[in-house]
Design a protein around this ligand. Sequence first.
Ligand code: C2O
Ligand code: CU
Length: 750
Amino acid sequence: MIAGSGQLKPHALRESVRFFARPEVGARSPSEVGPYSKLQDVLIFSGFRYHGIIEFMGRIIMYGSMAGVELGCTLITVLLAWIAGNKASNLVYAGSGRRLRQSIRSTFIIAGTASVFAVAVLAGIFIIAATKPSVYWEDRVLINAPLIGVPLLAVWCYSVPALRRVMRILPPESGAPDAGIRGKLSAPGVVVPFQAAAVGAATALYFVLAAPFPLQPLDAASPLFVCVLAIVGMWMLHDRRWQRVSRPDAPFAGRTRRRTLGKLGALALGFAVMLAAVASGASASRLPDRLDMASGPMDFGGGTVLSHDTSRAVSVAMMTGPREEKPDRRITLTAERKTVRLASGKEIEAWTFNGEVPGPELRLKQGELVEVTLANKDIEAGVTLHWHGLDVPNAEDGVAGATQDAVMPGQTHTYRFRAEQTGTFWYHSHQDSQEAVSKGLFGALIVEPAQSGPTDPSVRDIVVLSHLWSGSSGFAIGTDSGVRRETVKPGTPVRLRLLNTDNWVRQRYRLAGTPFRVAAIDGTELNEPQELRNAELQLTTGGRYDVTFTMPDRPVFLSVGGSTEVGLLMSPDGTGDVPTLSPPASVFDPLHYGKPASTPFHADSAFDRSFRMILDNNLGFYDGQFDFVYTINGRLFPDTPMFMVKEGELIKVTIVNRSAVDHPMHLHGHHALVLSRNGEPSDGSPWWTDTLDVLPGDTYEIAFRADNPGIWMDHCHNLTHAAAGMSMHLMYEGVSTPYTIGTATVNQPE
Ligand code: C2O
Ligand code: CU
């Protein structure tokens, strides 16, 4: 992060609020096939008759909310079990039979309440196990469930009955309990299960909250070891006390000072261990000063091992677009700071291209050779230009530290590429992208088909770039923070190009007043899209939907964000009222939309490599900061493995979202074909994507041809996630980079 650039590190609190308050999309089919077995299959196989109920529960209870409930209930279990453990351990000091009876009762009540929450956690684990592939639950079933369940069993099967027996032999009033009763109350077998329930739940909480998945053997073993050690230690302490207090000549109670001191000591020890763990975690997470993106841990996706001899590799700097030919278009984009006024009158301190936010709309023709000169006037953090969704040669991809150095104030950089794809794309800075994009360094990039002459001039082509401006400025279409009006003659074919440039927000759109079609996703036209009525469109950050319809003779309103406050009102004469919105009938889902068409490969193709990308979240450190972090295969950048490929290979990636929030995964330089979601094949129009919204609990299989050599970022387009390490890259064999990232360089891609 560049000093003084007002960094916007994700905030643990804000993240945790979102963790629980995440908007949900309609229920999804829990039917899963593929490489992971389901408990449900086992149950059905073994004649379990209620799988229909489980399937139904899995359908209505979303994985993301379940993960949130799991966290909350585990936390409450720890707290209540800890209180119950304390009470159970203090029973022996009760001054009278009456008080003892009361204390035993309240211990039961608290332990009972803790058990309700614990059972909720176990039930949640059961539902996940019954409805999801094992990658979602193997740790939960093998580690968390026993940690919570076993001590609980001991409490209810042994400790509670033992205490009830004591209650039966208690004289109703009487003085202090005698040594016999004290012995029964303080037996380790009676007290320790209560405390073990707290320690077990606390260890489970660690696994829920802080352990990255997939678990490395040491990651899993060390907390379990600490847990067992703590329980054994408690057992030994209780055993000593038991022998002491159950001697007939033992003095009653007393020793309270020593008890308090002992507890304080244990607390201090626990605290010291935690501090040490925090300090070592923080320092271990510090990023190196200088890092070469072409080196790092490698994943070969089950394919042949690829040599990675960078000394004989081709530099990405050589992988440019046409450098000699005369360009068809020359464009200059100058990055500069400027105060920009939104339509609402609010002013924002923006980072602009050519003084505008969003930057100028670039409209290219397919096949055109464009030359874009990027100049940085005064953006101290530096700037680059990344052509999001356009599969340009690697040297033109604009990733600071991977394909170029960040362009610092006073410097320029020239990009040259041929626009080969048609459709809706966008450009944005890929230096400090989290801050740059949120402040305005982005714009629309449209590539029109090449036909000679202008493309059908009768089509009204409107770009709707939605953005969340900083502070209280809220959503806007560009800078239109209210309702924008357009005059459109009835009968006119209209194409709305929806682009979501927000950070974090899965944007919702509604089109009122006309049926419509989703004509393209992420710049690729769909095959025979059907007409939709009153469907809500949900567009992930970085994603694009093209919506088409024929203008009726009444107003049509595009709502952005689900309300009537921000949107686009199209009407025959530019006037008219914003219609009221009825609740959406459905949420658009591309999985079965449109008609199949032939694709260069499909689910049954022979893949050269199959990678698995497991997305998860936990509390942890990134670059010395404590945060909610989002991991890929249990790691944060630069420890995330590079997916190694060779030019020409066919690649399959299975993306699993175990976390509680959605992650729009964006692969640079390639378009991937969606093969399936949760085992359900994509059987509508071929669905090509560059930014795939992977919701909690969803498993996608996608495939692409490795046909564009270089180093290509593959990251979450919730840019706060990417900036906190949710980033990796696709690495071609035999490629190297002369650029580096880190604090010793100017480059900070995210
Ligand atoms: Cu739109 Cu790597 O980003
Ligand atoms: Cu993410």
